[in-house]
Design a protein. Structure first.
Length: 166
């Protein structure tokens, strides 16, 4: 990467400018100005970019060295950032976990959480079906009750259902 602006774009990855600027606590226009190399971000912004994305300060400022240290990489970070270079980007799914123990732990935690969420989704879906069925039965009973009530009121009013006040 030849310019700071290009490296900021790379650190932003697939996030929109709007989302990334919110994360950094700066305006979208300011982020655009930095990415177009029209102005330099202040130290606070540079440090926030590093802390929020996990990229190395030296890499962000100069382009030297790896984009992120092994201990702060996240699954697919280099791939999501794109153009990281073949030496840094995982070649296949799971390669990041092999290179980075932190990534392996995160991947394991995500799989466990995904399993829990899938089980919860199944339970909620089952409960939803049960409630829809119960609702249909209650509506049917209510309609039957209203019909019986109407039949009892009709003989008393001589066929004029509108004469009875509730």
């Amino acid at each position: 990467m030849s310019t700071l602006g290009e490296r900021i774009k790379l650190a932003r990855g697939t996030d929109s400018q709007e989302a990334f600027s919110r994360i950094l606590g700066i305006g979208k226009g300011s982020l655009g100005v930095y990415e177009r190399n029209e102005n330099l971000p202040n130290t606070d912004v540079i440090l926030k970019i590093c802390s929020k994305t996990g990229v190395r300060l030296e890499w962000l400022l100069t382009g030297a060295g790896p984009m992120c240290p092994q201990e702060s990489c996240t699954p697919g970070m280099e791939e999501a950032r794109g153009q990281a270079g073949p030496a840094e980007a995982p070649e296949r799914p799971g390669a990041a976990a092999e290179k980075c123990p932190y990534c392996a732990r995160l991947e394991n935690r995500l799989e466990i959480r995904l399993d829990r969420l899938e089980e919860e989704r199944r339970e909620l879906s089952s409960e939803n079906r049960r409630l829809w069925k119960e609702n249909a039965e209650l509506c049917e009973r209510c309609a039957h009750y209203e019909e019986r009530k109407r039949q009892r009121v009709m003989p008393l009013t001589g066929g004029k259902a509108g004469c009875v006040s509730r």
